[in-house]
Design a protein around this ligand. Sequence first.
Ligand code: DX5
Ligand code: ZN
Length: 222
Amino acid sequence: MTRPTYRIAPSILSADFARLGEEVRSVIAAGADWIHFDVMDNHYVPNLTFGPMVCQALKPHAGATPIDVHLMIEPVDALAAAFADAGADYISFHPDASPHVHRSIQAIRAKGVKPGLVFNPAQPLDVLDWVIDDIDLILIMSVNPGFGGQSFIDSALRKIEAVRRRIDATGKDIRLEVDGGIKADNIRRVADAGADTFVAGSAIFGKPDYQGVINAMRTQLA
Ligand code: DX5
Ligand code: ZN
């Protein structure tokens, strides 16, 4: 199986919230492939970030760069539809946050947006038995959701390997994204486990030279 091209998806959770439009433009100019947009509701996770209006405001700054919305919210469906209207290109949600996962996936797809599922460190993959053919993205959390700047949880590597086997068995182009604690010094291990899309928040926005970090990551992936 030839691996799809690697994608770097900086998370704006670690960006300067007073200059988000500028930050999005800068990180895209520095080589970002996607913009990872972490939505937190202080219910599903103990933190609160931004909603569809901020996504809509940032859309013109992102231009053609896909906005990869990660919903850490419960319930899912109403806000997923609002993010679709606000310009999201991917919308992923946690299956444990929706009582009707298959229907939530269908509703996102019906809005013309690519649906994805997100798995927390202790969350089993079983739901993929029934919906893997309906999604375009599987997001594996390598930290517990809610905060940037945490350390990579090594058990995620085994889960990434298991998801890579499941994706290859479908023969479909489903992206395998990993989220949390990704740095230039561990991205190779995560790619070797089978990931092709990498979220990085504090590794990039915490540094003065976005391009330098993204280039270092790409060098590790080459
Ligand atoms: C955590 C978010 C992650 C986080 C990644 O709940 O889903 O996307 O922003 O941040 P780092 O790369 O700093 O771990
Ligand atoms: Zn995220």
